[in-house]
Design a protein around this ligand. Sequence first.
Ligand code: GYE
Length: 314
Amino acid sequence: CVKEYGSEDTENTVDENLIVVGVSQVGSESVWRTANTASIQNILTKENGYFMIFNNARQKQENQIKALRSFISQRVDYIVFSPITEDGWETVLQEAKEAGIPVILIDRKVNLSDQSLYTTWIGSDFYKEGRMAGNILDEYLTKQHRQEVSIRIVVLQGTEGATATIGRTNGFNEVAEAHENWLILEQADGEFTTAKGQEEMEMLLHRYKDIDVVISQNDDMTFGALTAIQNAGLTAGEDGDIMVISFDAVKSGLQLVDEGLVTADIECNPNQGEYVETVIRKLENNEAVAKLYFVPETVFTKENVKDALEKRTY
Ligand code: GYE
C-alpha cells in the first residue's frame, strides 16, 4: 500500500506506514544552521518511521512560502519550519490549518494574531541570550575596573526581522540602558554571514575611533569581524584593543574563546531534532503538547570552554 506524491514516478511513492514531514529550512547561512538541519535530518529517518521532504529556502521568504504550499498540496502529515522573519505568514499558515496539517515551528517565531495557526514552537530564549551577553560584558568590565569610563560598543546584527536578531538586540539593549557609561555607536546588519560580518566591521572601524566592544550576534559574523579587526592592525580579546562577545558557540567559535580572541560565546542550541520527533510522536498518540519548548543553553568563557570544546560535534 503506497501513497502517491506529485507525479506517477515510483520514486515519489511512499510507504503508507511512514509519517510524511515537510521541512522548510531558512538556508545554510551559518554553521549553526547546518547543525540544526543535520539534527532534524538525523532523526526524521525511514528507520524511525518518517519520510522527510526537505526544502532549503536559501534565505528567501518567498521560497519558504512556495515550499509550504507544495507541502500542503502534497498533503504531508506535518510541516516543520523555521521562518526566516516573523512577519508575513498568516495566509499560508491559514491554508495549512484548513488542510488539517499541524505546523511545528523551530528556531524562529512568527507574528500572528491567531495563535492556533501553529501547534508548537521549539527553540531558544533569544531575549535571555541577549541579556546574558550584557551581563557577561558587565562582569568583565567590572573586573577591569571600567565601570566609570566610557565604553564604546558596536553591534553586528543578524537577519533583519528574525526572532534571533530581535531577541538578542532587545535583551542586550536592556542591560546596556542600565549602564550610563555604555555607548552603542551603531547596530549594523551583518545578516548572520561571515562575508557581511567582515564588510560591516570594516566600515565600522573606518567610521568610529576607539571601539571597545563588538557584540556579534552569531559566530559566523564573528569570524569576519575578527579578520577585519586584524586587518586594521588591532587586537581582539579581554586584554586586547577590542573585546568581542559572540553567539551560537559552535566548535570554531569555542576555539576562539579558548584562544582568548572571543571573550564570551553565548550558546544557542541547534539540536532541536529530538524535540521535533517527540512532539510528532505525542501528536500521533493524541497526547497533549506544550505550545513552547525551550532548549537548554549556557555561556562559555575561558573558564569553562575546554570541556565543551572537546565534546562539540558541530
Ligand atoms: O544564531 C545563526 C543562524 O535563528 C538561532 O540563525 C538562529 C540563528 C543563529 O543563522 O547562526
